[in-house]
Design a protein. Structure first.
Length: 310
């Protein structure tokens, strides 16, 4: 084996390659720090490959040996291989922010609704945390701002509650859901009677109507043929127990008469509700939210509506 060629001036080992009789290619060894860094990266890669999900295999991938444990929404303890979804769930339950949230949740759970409303810190927390729950569970129907969708989902930003607006009633609504139902009168009343009842309904809110038709409609409303009074009461104030609307307050959850400009259009909307009835279902959230989350949501809805009734 030939001896390495050395540069006569520096004594450094060369490769023997020379250009223009002056330029030589040295064969200097790599710095030790660079070599150890390179070896360390190789070791890190090996450890990472075995610890975390890394290599694709067929339709799956290697899961790694690292695991994470967290609680599911149902309260069950679950252990799974390391992944970002599980890491987020664990961090939300055991991280610094999660611990702060838990402290506030415990405080809210132990307080009355009146105390929550009077405490600036708890009210601020309810506004922030409740907004998250509302966005996840309620905004799909009632919209992000709680304004609802006329004809489909009631607005939550006023003080008109179909099923009652105190904290116990709102709690019951969230836990058990609601079945909003009004029978269709298309086979019970003829078109002329529907027109008369619709005029009477408009008259109860002081909206322009046909007085003669409204007088006849009142008899149908409070009589056996219509039977509307049984849910809406003879005064048209509605019943929380039935979720029947107050027909005297100019607040319309289904027939949005305020959106129409002419008396004919407003009358048509009310007649459509009487003819076809109402069938809408609010889902049950008792199994989807724990008691403290429900309490936060109730307090948040009270803030959103601006009502003082407890």
């Amino acid at each position: 084996m030939a001896s390495p060629v050395k540069d006569p001036l520096t004594g450094a080992e060369t490769t023997g390659h020379v250009w223009d009789e002056t330029l030589q290619e040295f064969n200097n060894p790599l710095p030790r720090w660079w070599l150890w860094t390179f070896y360390a990266t190789l070791l890190f890669a090996l450890v990472y490959w075995f610890t975390y999900p890394s290599w694709p295999i067929g339709s799956g991938y290697t899961k790694g040996f690292s695991t994470l444990t967290y609680k599911t929404d149902a309260g069950e303890t679950k252990t799974t291989h390391w992944n970002m979804r599980a890491l987020l769930a664990q961090d939300m339950q055991t991280g610094e922010q999660a611990l702060k949230q838990k402290a506030y949740l415990d405080k809210v759970a132990a307080a009355s609704y009146e105390q929550i409303a009077q405490d600036p810190d708890m009210s601020s927390f309810v506004r922030s945390y409740g907004n998250g729950i509302f966005g996840d569970k309620c905004a799909g129907c009632h919209q992000a701002g709680g304004q609802g969708v006329a004809g489909l989902f009631p607005t939550l930003v006023d003080d008109d509650w179909l099923w009652g607006g105190n904290v116990e009633q709102i709690h019951q609504t969230i836990v058990g859901g609601r079945n909003g139902y009004m029978p269709a009168y298309n086979t019970t009343l003829n078109p002329e009677q529907v027109d008369e009842v619709a005029n009477y309904v408009l008259s109860m809110s002081g909206i322009e109507h046909n007085a003669e038709a409204a007088a006849k409609g009142q008899k149908i409303f409070n009589g056996y043929a219509g039977g509307c009074y049984q849910c809406h009461t003879a005064e048209g104030k509605g019943l929380y127990s039935q979720g029947s609307a107050n027909l005297t307050d100019k607040i319309w959850t289904v027939a949005d008469t305020t959106a129409e400009e002419t008396p004919e259009e407003r009358l048509k909307l009310v007649k459509n509700v009487i003819t076809n009835g109402i069938q809408r279902q609010m889902p049950v959230f008792g199994a989807k939210l724990n008691e403290t989350e429900i309490k936060v949501l109730v307090a948040y809805l009270k803030q959103m509506s601006g009502t003082q009734q407890q």
